[in-house]
Design a protein around this ligand. Structure first.
Ligand code: GAL
Ligand code: ZN
Length: 661
C-alpha cells in the first residue's frame, strides 16, 4: 500500500484535539502518520524516568482509526537535563556558540554521553513499540547534517580514524603532503582542526576530516539501528535526508537502512516556478539512486515554508497535488506531508501545514484529499513498481566535497552543474538514474555522464574504462580526473587516469569564470559556454566542436573517442543547456535511447514498471497550460477515459497513463 500521510506532533496539542485530528485525517485519506522525532523531553522527562503513556494513547488512537505509525527516534533534540548533566553532548562548532535545548541539532555524534543516552532511549522505544501492530517503521534521528565539530571526542576519534587509515605518521605525512609549509606532524596529538580558515589548510586533511565526520554520523546512527533491529519484528528503518544534497556519504548512511527517504520542499515562488521542478526531479532521482530502489518522502510540501526566512508565496492551485505525484512518479512508495497543522508555538510557527492555525480545513487540505484519493485508488497498481532507466549520472561524494573545499573558479558549483546535466535529459524526456558509487555502474546503462568527476582513484577509473570497452557511452566534463583519493593532484595531464579512455589531453586550461565564450559544432552552430575552457589535444579522439574565441580559437573543445565497443565523449567546457541537449539527443539516437525534442518546458515524463505493466506519468509542473503529443490514445488511470493523442494539461495538471506492452 502506498503510504499517504502527515507528520503529526501529538505533544503539541491538547488531547481533545487528537480525536478530532485522527478522525479528519482518516476522512481525508491519511493511512500513516510520523510522530515522536522531537519528543524526547516527554518520553524521558528526567534521566532514567520514562513516560510512554501519552505515546501509547496516541498510537492506539491512530490504530483505532486504521492509521499506521512511523516513529522517529528523538536524538536531534537532546533534552535540557541531558545537556546540563552531560555537557559533552554539545558539539563545539567553529564560529557558532554551542546551541542549547529548545533549539535542535545540538549534539555531537562522537560524544560518549550522547551515544549512551541514544542507546537507552532507542532501546526503550524499540522494546515498547518494536512489535506494536500499528507501528510499521522507524526514522533514525532527523535530517543528519555533517558537523565540523572540534570537541575533544571528535579530535580523539579523528586521530584514531587516521591511525587506522594510515598506520604510521610517516605515511600520513606523505599522503597529505604535509611537508608543504612545514606542516609535518611529529606526534598524533598535533593533528586537529583549529581556528584557521579552511582555505589555508591542507585539503587532504580537510577531506579526511569530512570523511571521518560522515562516518561518525553512520556510527552514531548504528546505535539506533542495532537497538531497533534487536527489539522489533517486521518493521523497517529509514532516515529523512535534508533537501539540499549534503556533504554526507549518503551511500554509507543508508547502507544499513531498508530504504532511503527525503524531505521535499519544492519552491512555491514565481521566480523559481520554471527551474525548481527540474531541481526537484534531480533530487528525487538522487534519493532513489542511493539504494537503487524506491524511497519514501517523510516530509512533502504541505504549505508555505517560513519562520527563519520570509514566508514563501502560497502554492498555486494544483501545486500540492502535482508535486506529490512528482515524488511518486520518480519512485516514492510513501508520501507524508509536513505537517498536519501549522504549529502555534515554537520557532517554526510559520512553516505552514496542510491546515492553518485557525484549524479550519481549507484549500490545501482539499488538495491533499484529492491526491490521497487518487493515490489510494492506484495504490495496488503502483506500490513497489520500479523506475528503470537507460541513462545514468554519477554523483560522487568525494568530488562534491573536494570541490566544495576548492571551488576552482568563480561561479562554479558541482551540484549546479549536475542540475544542468540532469535538466537537459529531462527536457528530452529521458529518464536518468543517479548513481552514488562506481560499483553501481552497470551494463544495463547505455549512457553514463560523469560530471566534473574531480576525485578519481584506480577503482573508479577501471570501472569507467570497462563500461566503455563493453559498449557503453560515457560523457565527461571539465575538472574530471584532477585528484587522487588522498586529495593530492594526479601528476598527469588531464583527464588524468582517464586520458586514454577519452583519447585526449588537456594541454592547457582557461578558467574564464562568469565570462561568456562560444564553441562551434561540426555543422557550424554556435553555442555559448562559460566558467572553464579546456584546450584539447586529441590522441585517438576526433573533435566534434571547437572553441570559437580567444587565442585558442579553433582548438578542439568537445571530442569523441571510440574504445572497445563503446564511446567516450569529452566536453571541455561548460556549454549552455541547448548544446547539452543537442549532444545528449544525438547520443540517445546513437545508443537507442528514446528521446523527444517537442516537450514543452515544465512538462515532466516518468515511468514506473512492474513486469510487463508500465505506467507513464505526464506532469505539467508549471503555471501555464501545456499540451503533449502522445504516440497513440492511452487510457488514463485517473479518470478511466481514453486520453487523446494531443493531451492537454492545465497548470499543475497531472495525467497517469497505462502503457500496454
Ligand atoms: C525539515 C525538518 C522538520 C521541519 C521542516 C520545516 O527540515 O526535518 O522538522 O523543521 O524542515 O522547517
Ligand atoms: Zn564533537
Amino acid at each position: 500500500m502506498i503510504g499517504i500521510g502527515v507528520d503529526y506532533y501529538p505533544e503539541h496539542w491538547d488531547r481533545e484535539l487528537w480525536e478530532e485530528d485522527a478522525r479528519l485525517m482518516k476522512e481525508s485519506g491519511v493511512n500513516v502518520v510520523r510522530m515522536a522525532e522531537f519528543a524526547w523531553c516527554r518520553m524521558e522527562p528526567e534521566e532514567g524516568r520514562f513516560d510512554f503513556g501519552w505515546l501509547d494513547d496516541a498510537i492506539d488512537l491512530f490504530q483505532r482509526n486504521g492509521i499506521q505509525v512511523v516513529l522517529g527516534v528523538p536524538t536531534m533534540t537532546p533534552p535540557a537535563w541531558l545537556t546540563q548533566r552531560y555537557p559533552d553532548v554539545l558539539p563545539d562548532l567553529p564560529g557558532q556558540a554551542s546551541s542549547r535545548p529548545g533549539v535542535r541539532g545540538h549534539r555531537c555524534y562522537n560524544s560518549p554521553s550522547m551515544r549512551r543516552f541514544t542507546r537507552i532511549i532507542t532501546e526503550r522505544m524499540a522494546m515498547r513499540y518494536g512489535k506494536h501492530p500499528a507501528v510499521i517503521g522507524w526514522q533514525t534521528d532527523n535530517e543528519f547534517m555533517l558537523h565540523m565539530c572540534r570537541c575533544r571526542h571528535c579530535k580523539n576519534g579523528f586521530v584514531e580514524w587516521l591511525r587506522n587509515e594510515y598506520g604510521t605518521l610517516e605515511r600520513l605525512n606523505r599522503e597529505w603532503g604535509t611537508v608543504v609549509w612545514s606542516g609535518e606532524f611529529s606526534d598524533w596529538e598535533q593533528i586537529g582542526l583549529h581556528e584557521t580558515p579552511e582555505r589555508y589548510m591542507n585539503p587532504s586533511l580537510l577531506l579526511d576530516y569530512r570523511r571521518f565526520q560522515s562516518e561518525s554520523v553512520v556510527n552514531f546512527q548504528r546505535v539506533q539501528v542495532e537497538e531497533i533491529r534487536k527489539h522489533s519484528e517486521g518493521q523497517w528503518i529509514t532516515h529523512n535526508t535534508w533537501t539540499a544534497p549534503l556533504p554526507l556519504d549518503l551511500a554509507a548512511l543508508y547502507g544499513e537502512l531498508d530504504f532511503a527517504s527525503i524531505d521535499y520542499y519544492p519552491a512555491s515562488s514565481a521566480d523559481k516556478a520554471v527551474s525548481n521542478p527540474y531541481s526537484g526531479a534531480l533530487l528525487l532521482d538522487l534519493i532513489r539512486g542511493i539504494k537503487g530502489k524506491n524511497f519514501w518522502v517523510m516530509e512533502q510540501y504541505g504549505g508555505p515554508p517560513g519562520s527563519w526566512m520570509p514566508t514563501w508565496p502560497s502554492p498555486y492551485p494544483g501545486f500540492i497535488r502535482a508535486f506529490a505525484w512528482q515524488s511518486i512518479s520518480r519512485g516514492a512508495d510513501g508520501v507524508l506531508f509536513f505537517r498536519w497543522r501549522s504549529g502555534v508555538a515554537g520557532a517554526e510557527q510559520f512553516w505552514h501545514g496542510l491546515i492553518d492555525h485557525g484549524n479550519v480545513p481549507g484549500r490545501r487540505l482539499a488538495e491533499f484529499r484529492r491526491f490521497a484519493e487518487e493515490a489510494g485508488a492506484l495504490s495496488e497498481r503502483l506500490y513497489g513498481s520500479r523506475v528503470e532507466n537507460e541513462a545514468a549520472i554519477l554523483y560522487d561524494f568525494d568530488s562534491h566535497t573536494a570541490l566544495q573545499l576548492q571551488p576552482q573558479v568563480d561561479g562554479f558549483d558541482y551540484y549546479e552543474h549536475m542540475k544542468a546535466v540532469h535538466r537537459s535529459f529531462q527536457k528530452l524526456g529521458i529518464g536518468v538514474d543517479v548513481l552514488h558509487t562506481p560499483d553501481q555502474i552497470a551494463s544495463r546503462y547505455k549512457l553514463l555522464v560523469i560530471p566534473s568527476l574531480f576525485v578519481i582513484g584506480e577503482h573508479t577509473a577501471a570501472k569507467i574504462r570497462s563500461f566503455v570497452e563493453q559498449g557503453g557511452t560515457v560523457v565527461a566534463t571539465p575538472r574530471t580526473g584532477v585528484k587522487r583519493t588522498n586529495n593530492q593532484c594526479h601528476m598527469l595531464q588531464l583527464p588524468g587516469p582517464l586520458a586514454d579512455c577519452f583519447g585526449v589531453r588537456v594541454s592547457e586550461y582557461d578558467p574564464i569564470g562568469p565570462g561568456v565564450h562560444a564553441i562551434q559544432d561540426e555543422s557550424g552552430n554556435l553555442y555559448s559556454c562559460g566558467l572553464w575552457n579546456d584546450l584539447l589535444e586529441t590522441t585517438s579522439a576526433e573533435p566534434i566542436a571547437r572553441h570559437a574565441e580567444s587565442f585558442y580559437k579553433g582548438t578542439p573543445a568537445v571530442t569523441r573517442n571510440r574504445l572497445g565497443s563503446g564511446q567516450a565523449y569529452y566536453v571541455g567546457t561548460f556549454p549552455e543547456e541547448a548544446y547539452l541537449r543537442s549532444l545528449f539527443g544525438m547520443i540517445a539516437g546513437e545508443t537507442g535511447i528514446e528521446a523527444r525534442t517537442d516537450l514543452p518546458e515544465g512538462v515532466h515524463l516518468s515511468r514506473r514498471k512492474r513486469g510487463t505493466e508500465s505506467v507513464l506519468f505526464v506532469l505539467n509542473l508549471s503555471r501555464e497550460p501545456n499540451a503533449v503529443q502522445l504516440e497513440r490514445p492511452m487510457k488514463s488511470l485517473l479518470t478511466g477515459t481514453i486520453a487523446a493523442p494531443n493531451l492537454e494539461l492545465e497548470p499543475y495538471g497531472v495525467e497517469i497513463l497505462e502503457i500496454d506492452s
